[in-house]
Design a binder for this molecule. Structure first.
Ligand SMILES: CC(C)(COP(=O)(O)OP(=O)(O)OC[C@H]1O[C@@H](n2cnc3c(N)ncnc32)[C@H](O)[C@@H]1OP(=O)(O)O)[C@@H](O)C(=O)NCCC(=O)NCCS
Length: 166
């Protein structure tokens, strides 16, 4: 049983969020559509604005350290606002295998319920831990985008996954 406290991140969490986000982008470039190079040069306000616009949940350890995050974006466009996007899933190495990642996905699903009809995500097809995590929580693969990401000249396919909420 993990002892992490989960809550929505607010603009006041921006320093911890920026550090965790950049750590993930740097250490796992193939796991995210965004890149360290693009986000590292953004000002702190840019990250604070993201926390204000998207719903990003964080898991904190007993000492108050931010150990993992997962985001939910709900589009405002009329034709796509029924589809939420789970993005930016990242758990620090020392908190892996602890149940935190599952709790983060669960809290995003709970938030999405009632706001959208389905939740979607993309995951690199070789990311076995993430695919297993999402599958255990009900996400089903519905497609594969070949050569979805190009990281330093190496291509990665992405699996498209969705969870029906209605
Ligand atoms: C993806 C991530 C959030 C998963 O968190 P985690 O704490 O490592 O997850 P868990 O240890 O609970 O593993 C999830 C499941 O995958 C399994 N698993 C872990 N590593 C595995 C591997 N290399 N191969 C196959 N299965 C694996 C676990 O046993 C667990 O399944 P179980 O519940 O049946 O035992 C975390 O690894 C991470 O932040 N990775 C880097 C960033 C990333 O990939 N983000 C996802 C972007 S889509």
């Amino acid at each position: 049983m993990s002892s992490f406290q989960l809550r929505r991140l607010e603009p006041r969490d921006v320093d911890a969020y920026r550090a965790l986000r950049l750590d993930g982008l740097l250490l796992h470039p193939e796991a995210f559509g965004a890149s360290f190079e693009d986000e590292a040069k953004q000002p702190l306000d840019w990250f604070a604005n993201r926390l204000a616009i998207a719903t990003v949940f964080g898991g904190f350890d007993a000492a108050g350290g931010l150990m993992g995050v997962a985001g939910l974006t709900v589009p405002s466009a009329i034709k796509t606002k029924h589809k939420g996007i789970l993005w930016g899933m990242y758990v620090l190495e020392q908190a892996r295998g602890s149940g935190l990642s599952r709790r983060l996905v669960e809290v995003v699903i709970e938030e999405a319920r009632g706001r959208v009809e389905q939740l979607q995500l993309t995951v690199v097809s070789s990311n076995a831990a993430a695919i297993r995590l999402y599958s255990k929580l009900g996400f089903v693969g519905y497609g594969l985008e070949k050569r979805a990401l190009c990281v330093d000249g190496q291509y990665f396919d992405e699996m498209l996954m969705a969870l029906a909420l209605v």
